[in-house]
Design a protein around this ligand. Structure first.
Ligand SMILES: [Zn+2]
Length: 466
């Protein structure tokens, strides 16, 4: 291990993080660096142990779970393995919000130690919940493990597109600059992505020589497209994309602009580091020491390999428990061994957010991949956004250039007619730009039908008008 890496890992970071109450980051990171190589059986046993502890705790200290378990005649003894989780209801953002702030919180933690948190709310609705420093420390450890998986090591330079202020894992504003300098972290501002400053980005990246660039998928994709248009290339070994759906075309474009880069997708949400790709790029390894993942459809678990809604149990979180939390993404699950040797199970296919999908009244799931794959072949279309306004009514916003032809127009109409079938209406709207959300994300799909329905029991209900 290089001297500087050793200094950061074993001296500076443990001391610094302990000083500001995040002492668990480095010990937890060391633990999960080891346990990722355990066998699936060992990992399952670890999950079962953590689950038994979690259920016993929420039964004692969280009013919502006291009531749910009493109503169902359950005691902690009824929960021996993760298979027993099906005895509890699936919850979602609306259930947690309705029980926030007190009914869903761990009464054993004094209010003064609770930290308010909110998810980024990319589609407008925000999830408010409580967390603790210990819990956040584990989240950072989970993140660092993914970074190490793609080639990062403490002390090696890395870069991030800055969208929203981030105070770092020590969470101490005064230490922020020092922390980033020590970690050799370069921030690139993604607020103004104009051609004028494109070359400035490339220059900054060239100067910093980061081993890893982490960015929202669409941000680095737009940058990559512009770089290729202008014949610019800068080498970054690993590009870690996050926050949004990464299509195959986006991956290829990014890899080309930063050639010979390797593009890794990372998946997180609602305060959890959920999964990330290893060098084999065959699905994403789940952060299984912290999270137990189920895939369900119509409220029932689906077999391995089949698409279902991602339902998460955070085995570490009690401040607000996330037990069978439907994060409204769709993926398949696999326990098959990965050639990398990690025992962590994988999400085989991440189809994206439920809000990146449409469910038509006749029950078809349409994914963002189908649409992006189509628009990639129409050069005049510079950007698109598809909005499900009503269950059977779709608005398609398009940014096009001067080369947009009547044939392009007809091709789009034909394609949507065949995708959506005769029972659904759609309109095309030509706009100057697709706005980003307050958190800086660009969304290809927005479903105004899914939001606010409050249902937790499966996709079938999503096809009913809100
Ligand atoms: Zn692997």
């Amino acid at each position: 291990m290089a001297m500087y890496t050793h200094f950061l890992r074993d001296i500076a970071l443990p001391v610094g993080s302990r000083m500001v109450g995040y002492g668990e980051v480095m010990p937890y990171l060391r633990a999960i660096e080891k346990s990722q190589w355990w066998t699936p059986e060992q990992l399952r046993e670890l999950q079962n142990q953590k689950l038994r502890k979690l259920i016993a705790h929420v039964y004692k200290f969280v009013p919502f779970y006291q009531d749910v378990m009493k109503e169902r005649g359950l005691t902690p003894d009824d929960f021996q393995t993760t298979d027993d989780l099906v005895k509890l209801p699936i919850v979602d953002k609306f259930v947690l919000t309705n029980n926030y702030p007190d009914r869903i919180r761990d009464q054993s933690i004094p209010q003064s130690r609770l930290i308010h948190a909110a998810s980024s709310g990319s589609t407008g609705e925000r999830l408010h919940y409580w967390t603790t420093r210990a819990q956040k420390a584990k989240k950072w450890a989970g993140l660092f493990r993914w970074w190490e998986m793609v080639g990062f090591d403490f002390g090696k330079p890395y870069a991030t597109f800055r969208l929203t202020p981030n105070r770092g894992f020590m969470g101490w504003p005064l230490a922020e600059k020092l922390e980033w300098a020590m970690l050799r972290h370069v921030w690139l501002s993604a607020e103004a992505m104009t051609d004028d400053i494109l070359e400035e980005y490339v220059r900054q990246i060239e100067a910093a020589q980061p081993v890893m660039l982490r960015s929202y998928a669409s941000t680095v994709y737009y940058l990559a497209r512009r770089m290729l248009d202008k014949n610019l290339n800068v080498y970054v070994p690993s590009i870690l994309t996050t926050g949004e759906t990464l299509t195959d075309n986006m991956r290829a474009t990014i890899a080309e602009a930063f050639a010979p880069a390797e593009v890794f997708n990372e998946y997180g949400g609602d305060g959890m580091q959920i999964a990330a790709e290893c060098h084999y790029h065959d699905g994403m390894h789940i952060n299984a020491e912290t999270l137990f993942v189920e895939t369900v459809r119509h409220g029932q678990r689906v077999p391995e390999g089949e698409l279902g809604e991602v339902v998460l149990t955070n085995l570490e979180a009690t401040a607000v428990p996330f037990i069978r939390y439907n994060i409204k993404d769709v993926a398949s699950l696999t326990n098959a061994p990965c050639p990398c040797g990690r025992g962590l199970p994988r999400l085989g296919h991440l189809e994206g957010r439920l809000t990146d999908m449409f469910v038509t009244p006749d029950g078809h799931w349409l994914t963002v991949h189908q649409f992006s794959g189509f628009f990639e072949h129409i050069n005049a279309v510079k950007a698109f956004q598809v909005i499900q306004k009503e269950v059977d009514f779709i608005l398609i916003k398009l940014v096009v250039d001067d080369s947009f032809s009547e044939e392009d127009h007809q091709a789009i109409v034909d394609r949507f007619e065949s995708y959506l079938g005769p029972n659904n209406r759609f309109v095309l709207e030509f706009v100057d730009e697709i706005p980003t959300t307050p958190s800086g994300k660009r969304r290809f799909f927005i479903s105004e039908v899914i939001q606010g329905t409050g249902n937790t029991l499966g996709v079938s209900k999503l096809v009913e008008p809100a």
